[in-house]
Design a protein around this ligand. Structure first.
Ligand SMILES: Nc1ncnc2c1ncn2[C@@H]1O[C@H](COP(=O)(O)OP(=O)(O)O)[C@@H](O)[C@H]1O
Ligand SMILES: [Mg+2]
Length: 222
């Protein structure tokens, strides 16, 4: 079943008088319980593509459908609970505790069907950090908490933009295990933009974006 279907998307930016064609005729299909890794050099358009999916940017032409086209993508709240977001820097709110950072997304968006944050922290052995503030966490812990925050509203797809860029090798391994664990427990799908070839080990599908064009790669081609 298709969770996210991107069809023939085109996107360009105006750079002075020049038109910069960032995405040309891009099509992607993501099914449930699938980890898709989006590779490509810096400037290839990975972040732009994620921004189109989460409606941070608009596209010039093409179509994006969620949940076999059953979800009305113009409904902000529906879309927000369908998608979870995780960025390179954890961007937890510094003046709130771990528990509050996990509670805000469902309180703010009035989502009823969310995980219990305390249960979630226990499940992933992070309950000792419940009352800590983000600056009291290691980089790896902060990124794990932001992954839990991304799944608190039970999204079907988690969009991640370079989620391991700030992590050392040990924490990278921990985050990879975490992603696989989340996928197994909740059948979540992931679309992960990254430079990091090591993340390809997790992939059910590897996509490569370069010069505006998208191609699929096998693991041994990376
Ligand atoms: N808002 C914008 N206005 C103009 N150009 C942009 C804008 N956002 C991104 N770009 C350009 O689009 C290209 C793709 O950027 P980006 O999606 O951030 O690439 P990546 O995430 O793969 O590094 C880059 O050349 C970047 O400079
Ligand atoms: Mg980027």
């Amino acid at each position: 079943m298709s969770l996210l279907k991107i069809e023939k998307i085109n996107k360009s930016f105006l750079d002075g008088d020049n038109e910069l064609n960032v995405l040309s005729n891009i099509s992607i299909n993501i099914e449930s319980n699938q980890i898709v890794i989006l590779m490509g050099p810096s400037g290839a358009g990975k972040t732009t593509l994620l921004n189109l999916i989460s409606h941070i940017e608009t596209y010039d032409s093409g179509k994006i459908e969620f949940d076999n086209n059953k979800l009305n993508m113009t409904n902000d709240n529906l879309r927000k609970s369908f998608l979870g977001l995780i960025l390179q820097k954890h961007n937890l709110l510094p003046e709130f505790t771990v528990l509050e950072n996990l509670t805000i997304p469902f309180e703010l968006n009035k989502v009823q069907n969310h995980h219990n944050p305390i249960d979630l922290l226990k499940t992933f052995s992070l309950d000792s950090k419940i009352n800590n503030y983000p600056n009291e966490l290691s980089a790896g812990e902060a990124q794990r908490i932001s992954l839990l925050r991304a799944i608190i509203n039970k999204p079907k797809i988690i969009l991640a933009d370079e989620p391991t860029a700030n992590l050392d090798y040990e924490n990278l391994q921990i985050i990879c295990d975490f992603i696989v664990d989340i996928k197994k427990k909740y059948s979540s799908s992931f679309l992960i933009a990254t430079h990091d070839e090591r993340l390809c080990d997790l992939a059910d599908k590897i996509l490569y974006l370069d010069n505006g064009k998208l191609s699929e790669r096998k693991k041994n081609q990376i």
